[in-house]
Design a binder for this molecule. Structure first.
Ligand code: SOE
Length: 381
């Protein structure tokens, strides 16, 4: 079968992730050598046509749709990108797959494990390619961490310690938003940011979670209702902070925290992996670097090396700029979409896909079950 000369994209969602993904598709071809042209065919969102047209002009989308059922069925689109709140993921992805579209869906894949399994089933039945937006895998530094583990530089892994800390809702006057409503978001810090720590663990180490015990807490239980600011407050129905312990299929253990109340921490996504031969520390606040401790070096030379991950021999060529210039948050999405489009055109294996999305959902659900039962919960293979 001949390779497609272009991949025509339809985006659903035009808020934070819609903007991030628009930038990614627009720059994918500038940033990395692509085997085809990326055509930004249409953007769809719940907004007026006028506002959508303004967004489309600003980000380079050729046309707009106000009804998502239309964009997923257009025959001039090959790939649907779902960048919407979690409660919309399942229906949009399944419908897009039914129309034979490849699908990129933001993380977490769904609001429940069952929904995510239905989505995986739909893309498999349709025979389309799929990506789950665990974007941090596409930072050169996290990819280098995986390479080091794959090369055996850590040896047997003892344990993982991960903390994803933000503080954007510490203010009690911060009004209710969809991310704080379980019906819309599925969960709070757990699904939104612990999902990244769960995926990073699987990606870097190759280990699989076998059991967890967790604790979830809502610190501020009600917030101003933006629809009726002087009326009764809206109930917060998700976790503000989640802590959990884990065990893995190779006997290693893990300790995780995801919080939106870490006053002063803006997007502090951190993971440290300790092994018999060495350790790795990856921190998004310094994500142009990777910290590596090599216990095989002479004792007098041992210490955490701060590797600048911007050489063209590093994963993803260390970024598009000369060594030492560095990259930012949006760049990981550029790499993610460029690699996904390339995998589609060249029929190559691709991760993170919906299997990774479902594996993450299994852990999210087990943590929630454990927080309710106050017991350890097993995770099936
Ligand atoms: C909010 O917590 C958020 O935007 C997450 O949803 C993203 O996945 C993360 O990359 C940055 O923070």
């Amino acid at each position: 079968m001949s390779k497609p000369k272009e991949i025509r994209v339809g985006l659903i969602g035009h808020q934070f992730m819609g903007k991030t993904h628009s930038n990614a598709f627009r720059n994918a071809g500038l940033w990395l050598e692509l085997p085809c042209k990326v055509v930004m065919r249409a953007v769809c969102a719940k907004d007026t046509e006028a506002n959508l047209k303004k967004f489309a002009d600003n980000f380079g989308w050729e046309s707009v749709e106000t009804d998502w059922h239309k964009i997923v069925s257009r025959d001039d689109i090959d790939l649907i990108d779902v960048a919407t709140p979690g409660f919309l993921h399942k229906d949009m992805v399944i419908e897009a797959a039914k129309h034979g579209k490849h699908v990129l869906c933001e993380k977490p894949l769904a609001n429940t494990l069952a929904e995510s399994e239905a989505m995986l089933d739909a893309v498999n039945k349709a025979g389309v390619r799929h990506c789950c937006g665990f974007s941090y895998r596409s930072t050169p530094s996290q990819a280098l961490a995986k390479k080091f583990v794959d090369e055996g530089k850590l040896g047997k892994i003892f344990h993982v310690h991960a903390r994803y800390a933000q503080d954007w809702i510490v203010d009690p006057d911060f009004a209710m938003v969809w991310r704080l409503d379980k019906k819309l978001a599925g969960s709070g810090a757990l699904g939104d940011i612990a999902a990244h720590s769960i995926d990073a663990t699987r990606f870097i180490t190759g280990m699989e979670f076998t059991r967890v015990v967790g604790n979830m807490k809502t610190i501020i239980t009600e917030r101003i209702n933006p629809e009726n600011p002087t009326g009764p407050k809206a109930k917060v129905t998700v976790d503000d902070v989640t802590n959990f312990l884990s065990e893995f299929d190779n006997g290693a253990t893990g300790c995780y925290e995801a919080t939106r109340f870490a006053t002063g921490r803006k997007n502090a996504n951190h993971i440290e992996i300790n092994g018999e031969k060495g350790s790795l520390m990856w921190d998004f606040e310094e994500h142009n670097f990777l910290y590596f401790f090599d216990r095989t070096r002479p004792v007098n030379e041992q210490g955490f090396t701060k590797i600048i991950v911007t050489e063209n021999t590093h994963p993803f060529a260390g970024g598009p700029w000369p060594p030492g210039h560095g990259i930012g948050y949006g760049d990981s999405f550029i790499v993610e979409v460029a690699n996904f489009v390339t995998a589609i055109v060249e029929n190559k294996e691709f991760h993170p896909d919906f299997v990774d999305g479902v594996k993450c959902q299994q852990v999210l659900e087990a943590v929630e079950q454990s927080a309710n039962s106050r017991q350890w919960v097993e995770i099936s293979k």
